[in-house]
Design a protein around this ligand. Structure first.
Ligand SMILES: Cc1cc2nc3c(=O)[nH]c(=O)nc-3n(C[C@H](O)[C@H](O)[C@H](O)COP(=O)(O)OP(=O)(O)OC[C@H]3O[C@@H](n4cnc5c(N)ncnc54)[C@H](O)[C@@H]3O)c2cc1C
Length: 401
């Protein structure tokens, strides 16, 4: 039943992303990665170019300024290619593209769509972040037990007489958190958690950049809300019950896959150039084994990502026993491990050159640690176990997504 034949449009997007990634993103990545300040590491020129090519907007319907390619598989194809160029740059496009589709088309009220969509379409540097994680909150992510009824975000939103809301609290680690022009802020109200659409020029919104060991191209932030006012009508409605998430889990997995592929391709070049003992490296059988392991891991990771995306794009797959949500978690967890294993093998093949600063493989190694973290190796495994065991929470976890 699975059918991975790509349409002409999908192949076209894949090629467009590959050309942009290899010709524009990859040559700039190492230089950006080495810049001292976070401002210099934001790939502004590439973001403008990629936006002009449609990488922010492609997942929207044509009448909303996109191309109608809202399926997750197309997004995963693009994500792998951009991720192979530079994972930090890829994040801007992929998170924003999926969120634009989810927020502006599937969830927004007509008024929210009329207000935000033109702003989004008319600004090449308009990106979005989700501010969920908090420094001090137990987000009720305990597994195989019910979420405690008293679990709360510490960030609060209080309704005012005029229908506006005042937010107070703090979030940290947000991807694109410093430059995002729109933030989806999760906060507790009297009646439970809600997602607020907050524009970045709000008074009382304070953002501090956070520097990471890897995926250094781009920005992360910790964010403080000091009596930040959100106008009336800016609560983003939750998705329909039973729907799947925005697709960001799938595209993050696919970007990690792109990173693994880039490391593998770099190693492949190296073993064909470097000579030891009178022959090129790959002619030593032990080194060739590493290539086989790497390529198999990558192929397996891609298969699982595509299968998860395909199942999500084809609701009838569920009638045939496929659970897209479970597949997506498995794909995300698996690629986190694959990317690490591929990098370790690649570093081994590079010998001493693998640990020298400024080599592409060194950057990939640092990037891979961040991608390992965001594959959420513990929590995704526990979610997978919940899914297999059919565990259903009486009270949902806090995310009002
Ligand atoms: C680069 C980066 C980008 C991020 N981007 C965003 C973003 O855009 N938006 C956002 O809202 N957040 C973002 N985050 C936050 C991210 O979601 C959190 O890092 C993640 O949820 C883990 O939380 P923590 O770091 O507080 O770890 P902790 O919760 O402190 O966990 C520490 C360790 O304990 C384990 N652990 C914790 N609870 C349990 C449990 N119940 N059972 C078993 N083991 C447990 C964890 O698995 C981990 O190994 C980002 C983080 C990073 C590093």
């Amino acid at each position: 039943m699975l059918d991975f034949r790509l349409s002409d449009e999908q192949k076209m997007f894949q090629q467009l992303a590959r050309d942009f990634a290899q010709n524009e993103i990859a040559p700039a990545a190492l230089v950006l990665d080495q810049k001292a300040t976070w401002e210099e590491r934001v790939p502004t020129d590439l973001l403008r170019q990629g936006s002009a090519l449609g990488f922010r907007t492609f997942a929207l319907a044509e009448e909303n300024g996109g191309t109608g390619m809202s399926d997750l598989l197309t997004s995963c194809l693009i994500a792998e290619e951009l991720g192979a160029g530079d994972i930090g740059t890829a994040y801007y496009f992929m998170l924003t593209a999926r969120r634009a589709r989810d927020w502006f088309e599937l969830r927004a009220t007509p008024e929210q769509q009329a207000y935000f969509l033109p702003k989004f379409l008319n600004d090449d540097l308009y990106h979005m972040t989700v501010a969920a994680h908090e420094p001090d909150t137990d987000l009720a992510y305990d597994y195989l037990v019910d979420t405690p009824a008293e679990a709360r975000f510490r960030t609060t939103a209080v309704e005012q007489a005029d229908g506006s809301w005042i937010i107070n609290g703090a979030k940290n680690y947000q991807t694109i958190g410093y430059t995002a022009k729109l933030l989806l802020v999760m906060a507790h109200t009297e009646s439970g958690p809600q997602s607020f659409l907050l524009e970045s020029d709000a008074d009382g919104l304070v953002r501090h950049p956070m520097s990471k060991i890897g995926r250094r191209v781009g920005d992360n932030a910790e964010i403080f809300f000091d009596n930040v006012r959100v106008p009336p009508g800016r609560i983003l409605p939750p998705g329909e019950p039973g729907r799947h998430d925005t697709g960001t889990v799938g595209v993050i997995a696919a970007m990690s896959l792109g990173l693994a592929r880039a490391a593998y391709e770099e190693a492949l070049k190296f073993v064909q150039e470097r000579q030891t003992g009178g022959k090129v490296l790959y002619r030593h059988q032990a080194t060739a084994l590493a290539l086989a392991d790497m390529s198999t891991g990558i192929e397996y990771a891609r298969l699982l990502i595509w299968k998860a995306a395909w199942a999500k794009d084809h609701p009838e797959a569920q009638e045939n026993g496929m659970d897209p949500r479970l597949l997506e978690l498995q794909a995300a967890m698996n690629v986190g491990e694959v990317v690490q294993k591929v990098i370790v093998r690649a570093m081994e093949l590079f010998g001493g050159a693998g640990v020298i600063s400024g080599m592409p493989i060194e950057k990939f190694a640092r990037d891979s640690f961040v991608q390992f973290h965001v594959s959420f190796p513990t929590s995704n495994r526990l979610r997978i176990a919940e899914s297999i065991l059919g565990f259903k929470r009486g009270i949902s976890p806090l995310m009002p997504l």
